[in-house]
Ligand binder design. Structure first.
Ligand SMILES: Cc1cc2nc3c(=O)[nH]c(=O)nc-3n(C[C@H](O)[C@H](O)[C@H](O)COP(=O)(O)OP(=O)(O)OC[C@H]3O[C@@H](n4cnc5c(N)ncnc54)[C@H](O)[C@@H]3O)c2cc1C
Length: 400
């Protein structure tokens, strides 16, 4: 066992940072001012191969693997936090779920377009009744009518849903099933093609206005039977499986945000002069920087371990949950330290502290909240429920 990254992953990390610094700062700011969805920038990310890492060349991927996904997601989020979303929608939760569970025809039709950034993806599981209990809270229904399903209901918080061409969406084909998760079915939806779909952006101060999450409304939304993903009633396992890929990217994104908060704190502590010298000379400041430094390093190792485990073709539920949980702790700490070190300046738009905190808060909730991870980790550790109980098809690339 060794901890040095292979040369190609070091080069990848540098290339992603270079791209993010060149393309996802000034141009992204222009989209931010207009509020328009940055289709060309997502396309450029796709063309640069950022979304194709865990996919085989046969579907347009580059086979760099899941460890590479953690490195790309970390670097993007460190430099351009909002664009970290794309690693979920264009790589992990939407296309990888289709790749892992779809028919050959579905894979060929949707995956190459999504990972090249030519089409925009979404993953629609959560509803207003409670994202932490997606099956119990799900009110969206799908009724079979001949060669179509007719979907009715709404979904909340769905990222990119006002721009999406393709989405993996969950609805109940058997609303009375007990336990509730047995009634859930997964669908590949095409919002721009099928009638009965609308998306209303949710106002979230501190988060991007061009890359947004929305409430979506389905009103007799017709989905052809050939767009069903997997079997009827098997959607919940697909959703749980998808969240594992999501937890890989979210752990890495939180690590990137934590590193950004730490870098900003270190720079500020060295340059801010109070009482005749830089505040960095105070041992209380040094202690906070030390705590954040080791937390960020440990979060990075755990995020990479998720990627490594997936590259071995192994079920990653346990490490994904632990990694996501610890990454939230590290990112929260780094954010708290930044707020302390920056004093009043933490609240100004001139410095990145508030913005980073908003993204850290958002990712603390997404892909399973802190408490949900605690429940998963605790029940698993106590032998009450095996964290790896959801079946997978394990169609990983298997790069080591
Ligand atoms: C910006 C943003 C983007 C998002 N994007 C997407 C997306 O693209 N697709 C998607 O499907 N979802 C998305 N989500 C939804 C996200 O996954 C949910 O917000 C999350 O699952 C939590 O659900 P909730 O907000 O309804 O909180 P709730 O489920 O209402 O939980 C509220 C609080 O209660 C706690 N709690 C709940 N149950 C328990 C329990 N059993 N034990 C202890 N504590 C508990 C939770 O930890 C939390 O702190 C997004 C959310 C945000 C904020």
């Amino acid at each position: 066992m060794h901890f040095d990254l292979p040369e190609e992953l070091v080069a990848l990390s540098d290339a992603v940072a270079d791209f993010a610094n060149r393309r996802l700062t000034d141009d992204a700011d222009a989209y931010e001012r207009s509020g328009e969805f940055p289709y060309p920038l997502i396309r450029e990310m796709g063309e640069a191969g950022f979304f194709g890492a865990p996919f085989p060349e046969s579907v347009g991927g580059n086979e760099a693997g899941f460890m590479a996904v953690s490195i790309i997601a970390e670097e993007i989020s460190r430099i351009a936090p909002a664009y970290g979303y794309a690693m979920n929608m264009q790589c992990a939760t939407c296309p990888y779920t289709i790749y892992n569970w779809g028919t050959q025809e579905q894979i060929e039709r949707f995956v190459p377009e999504l990972i090249s950034g030519r089409t925009i993806g979404m993953f629609a599981l959560s509803e207003a009744g409670g994202g932490s209990d997606p099956a119990g809270a799900m009110r969206t229904t799908a009724r079979r009518e001949g060669d179509h399903y007719v979907l009715n209901g709404s979904k909340m918080w769905i990222t990119f849903s006002n721009a999406a061409d393709v989405g993996v969406l969950f609805a109940k084909t058997d609303p009375k099933a007990t336990p509730a998760h047995k009634g859930v079915t997964a669908f590949i939806v095409e919002p721009k093609k099928f009638e009965g779909y609308s998306a209303q952006p949710i106002d979230m101060p501190g988060l991007s206005k061009s890359l947004r999450s929305c409430t979506i409304f389905l009103d007799d939304f017709k989905v052809p039977v050939e767009n069903r993903l997997g079997e009827e009633g098997k959607g919940f396992g697909i959703a749980m499986n998808a969240l594992e890929f999501g937890r890989l990217t979210v752990s890495a994104r939180l690590t990137g945000l934590a590193q950004a908060a730490l870098d900003a704190s270190i720079a500020y502590a060295n340059e801010r002069v109070v009482g005749g010298g830089p505040i960095a000379r105070h041992q209380l400041v040094q202690q906070r920087i030390a705590d954040a430094t080791v937390h960020v390093e440990a979060a990075r190792l755990m995020a990479r371990r998720i990627g490594w485990t997936m590259d071995q073709g192994r079920t990653s539920t346990r490490v994904a949950s632990r990694g996501k949980y610890f990454a939230t702790q590290a990112a929260r700490l780094a954010s708290d330290v930044a707020r302390e070190v920056f004093g009043g300046n933490a609240l100004t738009a001139e410095y990145p502290v508030q913005r980073l905190q908003s993204y850290i808060d958002m990712l603390t909730v997404g892909e399973g909240s802190e408490n949900v991870q605690r429940v998963l980790i605790g029940e698993d550790a106590l032998g009450i429920k095996d964290a790896a109980r959801h079946t997978m098809r394990n169609r990983f690339v298997g790069v080591t």
